[in-house]
Design a protein around this ligand. Structure first.
Ligand code: NAD
Length: 419
C-alpha cells in the first residue's frame, strides 16, 4: 500500500478549499489549521523472549472548541506524526458534522501487531496508556479503537487508567467490551452508518439497492459490517479485499459465509475463502471495477489520481478516513462521480461512541434499539445537512461536509473568543 502523500497536507487543501467556498476569512478559521497539542512518547516494553524494545507512540489533540478531544488509537507500522495529525483534524470536522459535543484527537503506535503475541500487545497498550496519561481523561480526551485496535485493547487501556487513578473509570475510552461498560451496537455502528449513507445517496440518485453492485476495500471491523449490512439490504457485494488478498464474484459474494470464514481464520483474513465463481483479483482492479458503489474501508491515500481516472464506479462512499487524495477528488468531480466523504460516511462510529460515553457518565445502559434508532436519526440528519449544503453552494459533498463543520466550529470559536 503506498502512502505517497502527507495526509495533513491533503486535509489542509480540503479545509482551505471549503473555507473559500463558505466565504470565511483565514482569520476566522486559522485555529483549525493547527493542532492544539502534539505528543510523542518513546517507551520500553519487555518482549516475550526477554529483549527490551523501544516503541514510539503519538497522541495529537487537534481542536477542543466544541468539546473534549475524541479519537481512535491506531496500531500500524506506518503510523507517524503526519498521519496522526491529519486523522486528529478529521475527527474535529467529523464530530462537528455529526453535531456531537466533541473535539478531535487521534493516537497511534508504530508497530505491526500481527507479528506479536497478545501478551506483548497488552504490555505495549498499557505502557502507551501510562505514557499519554497526563493528556487523557473522561472529560478531557477519550480514545477509541481504530485500525488494528479493538474492544480488548480498549479494555486494557481502561483498566490501566482506572488502576492509576484508583477508581473505575469506564468513560476514559469508548469501544469497550459491553461487559465492562461498552455500548451495545458500538462495534457495528461505523459499518451500519456507512450502509445508511449508501441508502440515502441511492435514494437521492434514484438507484434501487436491490442488486446494486458493491466493491469494498478492507474487510476489518468497518468493511465487514458494511458488507453485512448492505447484503441484508439486497446489494450484491461483488468484490472485497484485505491485506492477504482480493476476490471477485460476478454473481455476488456469500457475505455470511465469508464472515464465518474470516472469524475462523487465526488472523481474521479472507485468504483461503472459496465459493463458486470466485476469481482472485488485485487491489487496483478492485478499485476500478464497474460497480454502483465503491467503498474504501482500509487506509488513507488509496484512491489516487490514476485510480480516479480509471475507476468505473458510479458512487464512492468513504468508509476509511482520508482514502482519496486531493488530486483524485478533482478528477472524480470532473468525471461526475459522486463521493460521500469520510467525515460524514464513517461518523457512525464516533456517534455511537458518544452514546457510550453518555451512558458511562450517567452510569446507565441503553438497549440496542435505542442506540440504532438514534444512530440512524443522527446520520440521516447529517446527510441531509451536507447534501443540501452541497446543492446550495453548487459544490461536492466533501466541500458540503466541510462547510457544515466549519460553520459550527467557527461559531463556537467566535462565542468562546481568542484566549
Ligand atoms: P481494521 O483493522 O479492523 O481493518 C482494516 C482492514 O483493512 C483489514 O481488513 C486489513 O486487512 C485491510 N487492509 C489493510 N491494508 C490493506 C491493503 N493494502 N489492501 C486492502 N486491504 C487492506 O480497521 P477498521 O477499524 O475497520 O478501520 C478501517 C478504516 O475505517 C480506517 O481508515 C479507520 O480509520 C476508519 N474508521 C474506523 C472506525 C471504527 O469505528 N473502527 C470509525 C471511523 C473510521
Amino acid at each position: 500500500m503506498t502512502l505517497n502523500k502527507n495526509p495533513y497536507d491533503n486535509m489542509l487543501e480540503q479545509l482551505d478549499a471549503a473555507a473559500q467556498i463558505a466565504g470565511l476569512s483565514m482569520e476566522e478559521y486559522i485555529t483549525l489549521r493547527y493542532p492544539e497539542r502534539e505528543f510523542t512518547i518513546n517507551f520500553p516494553v519487555e518482549m516475550d523472549d526477554g529483549r527490551v524494545e523501544i516503541f514510539t507512540g503519538y497522541r495529537v489533540q487537534h481542536n477542543s472548541v466544541r468539546g473534549p478531544y475524541k479519537g481512535g488509537v491506531r496500531f500500524h507500522p506506518h503510523v507517524n506524526m503526519d498521519e496522526v495529525r491529519a486523522l486528529a483534524a478529521w475527527m474535529t470536522f467529523k464530530c462537528a458534522v455529526a453535531d456531537i459535543p466533541f473535539g478531535g484527537a487521534k493516537g497511534g503506535i508504530a508497530f505491526d501487531p500481527s507479528t506479536l503475541s497478545q501478551k506483548e500487545i497488552e504490555r505495549i497498550t498499557r505502557a502507551y496508556t501510562a505514557g499519554i496519561m497526563p493528556l487523557i481523561g473522561p472529560e478531557v480526551d477519550i480514545p477509541a479503537p481504530d485500525v488494528n485496535t479493538n474492544a480488548q485493547v480498549m479494555a486494557w487501556m481502561m483498566d490501566s487508567y482506572s488502576k492509576y487513578k484508583g477508581r473505575n473509570t469506564p468513560g476514559i475510552v469508548t469501544g469497550k467490551p459491553v461487559s465492562i461498560g461498552g455500548s451495545l451496537g458500538r462495534r457495528e455502528a461505523t459499518g451500519r452508518g456507512v450502509s445508511f449513507m449508501v441508502r440515502e445517496i441511492a435514494r437521492q440518485l434514484g438507484i434501487d439497492l436491490e442488486d446494486a453492485t458493491v466493491s469494498i476495500q478492507g474487510f476489518g471491523n468497518v468493511g465487514s459490517v458494511t458488507a453485512e449490512s448492505l447484503y441484508s439490504m439486497g446489494c450484491k457485494i461483488v468484490a472485497v479485499s484485505d491485506v492477504s488478498s482480493a476476490i471477485y464474484c460476478e454473481n455476488g459474494l456469500d457475505i455470511p459465509s465469508l464472515i464465518a470464514h474470516v472469524n475462523r481464520h487465526p488472523k481474521h483474513l479472507i485468504e483461503g475463502y472459496d465459493q463458486d465463481g470466485l476469481e482472485p483479483i488485485d487491489n487496483p482492479t478492485l478499485l476500478t471495477l464497474n460497480v454502483d458503489f465503491l467503498i474504501p474501508a482500509a487506509l488513507e491515500n488509496q484512491i489516487t489520481k490514476e485510480i480516479a481516472m480509471n475507476t468505473k464506479a458510479r458512487i464512492i462512499v468513504e468508509a476509511a478516513n482520508g482514502p482519496t487524495t486531493f488530486e483524485a477528488d478533482k478528477v472524480l468531480e470532473d468525471r461526475g462521480i459522486t463521493l460521500v466523504p469520510d467525515i460524514l460516511a464513517n461518523s457512525g462510529g464516533v456517534t455511537a461512541s458518544y452514546f457510550e460515553w453518555v451512558q458511562n457518565l450517567q452510569h446507565l445502559s441503553w438497549d440496542e434499539s435505542k442506540i440504532n434508532v438514534n444512530l440512524e436519526r443522527k446520520m440521516v440528519s447529517s446527510f441531509e445537512a451536507v447534501y443540501n449544503t452541497a446543492l446550495e453552494k453548487n459544490t461536492s459533498m466533501r466541500m458540503g461536509a466541510y462547510i457544515v463543520a466549519l460553520y459550527r466550529l467557527v461559531e463556537a470559536r467566535k462565542l468562546r473568543g481568542i484566549f
